[in-house]
Design a protein around this ligand. Structure first.
Ligand code: SF4
Ligand code: F3S
Ligand code: FES
Length: 254
């Protein structure tokens, strides 16, 4: 096994402010960024705050920014970087810092709560739901989400504009709206809930200008933009220009 000494800069601080702190630390073959952060914690900075859980890319806890790119620390191999470069690890920029590499991701839970859940179809008992396989496959892609919030962190709509947070749910939760809107058994419309309309009016679908940065950072490889956001935009536009919907809105306004 070969090992070498790497140079790290790790952000230390809290909500009041902070700075990058330099570390020189041993790296061994096959290690990932989280291993190195743990070694720094064990040998040089025992109070370094870092959130993690599974170390297997499945819990979504260890999200941070490595050289400015949102990544899971447990799935980012040290071999991605040259031995000479200094590796900078900072907390997710779009959310408030709690301490060091730990951020408050409560924004995302708030957005999750704002989306009405699946409405079961009437008269169909649990266990009797039937769907086409292609509908199952479509939902299953979205349900691979591990809620790491890297997509939420990288989307410029909130990353660079804190003021947009109230109006914009972000890619992860617009994907959830898309999933429910495409679900053939969701009976929300029967109770008057138009998911396409709420995507536009309440969850800020129009703020997304399809930059696809969310899809690029997703560790699960979910095609957030191509398979969820663009189809949702198309469906919302279809609804808006549907002559029957237009006529209904005119009659409704009288
Ligand atoms: Fe993370 Fe991908 Fe889910 Fe976004 S969609 S929260 S990047 S797993
Ligand atoms: Fe943001 Fe993804 Fe749209 S990064 S702008 S939600 S395509
Ligand atoms: Fe669970 Fe990294 S520790 S995803």
């Amino acid at each position: 096994m070969s090992s070498y000494e790497a140079r790290f800069k790790v952000w230390r601080g809290d909500v009041k402010g902070g700075d990058l702190e330099d570390f020189k630390v041993e790296v061994n073959d096959g290690e990932v960024i989280l291993d190195i952060i743990h070694r720094i914690q064990a040998t040089q900075a025992s109070d370094l705050a870092v959130r993690w859980n599974c170390k297997a890319g499945k819990c979504g806890s260890c999200s941070a920014e490595v050289n400015g790119r949102p990544r899971l620390m447990c799935m980012t191999r040290m071999s991605v970087f040259t031995r000479e470069e200094t590796i900078t690890v900072t907390p997710l920029r779009a959310f408030p810092v709690v301490r060091d590499l730990v951020t408050d991701v409560g924004f995302n839970y708030q957005k999750a709560r704002e989306i009405p859940s699946f409405v079961p179809p009437e008269g169909v008992a649990a266990g009797e739901y039937r769907m086409m396989q292609e509908d199952v496959d479509r939902s299953q892609e979205f349900r691979k989400c591990i809620e790491c919030f890297l997509c939420q962190d990288t989307c410029h709509v909130v990353r660079d504009h804190e003021e947009n947070k109230t109006a914009f749910a972000g890619p992860r939760f617009l994907m959830r709206v898309a999933e429910l809107d495409m679900h053939p058994l969701d009976a929300a419309a029967d109770s008057g809930l138009d998911r396409k309309k709420t995507a536009q009016d309440e969850h800020g679908l129009g703020y997304c200008n399809i930059t696809k940065c969310c899809s690029e950072v997703c560790p699960e490889g979910i095609h957030i933009t191509d398979n969820a956001l663009i189809p949702l935009k198309e469906r919302a536009v279809d609804r808006k220009y549907d002559p029957l919907v237009w006529l209904g809105s005119k009659i409704g306004r009288r």
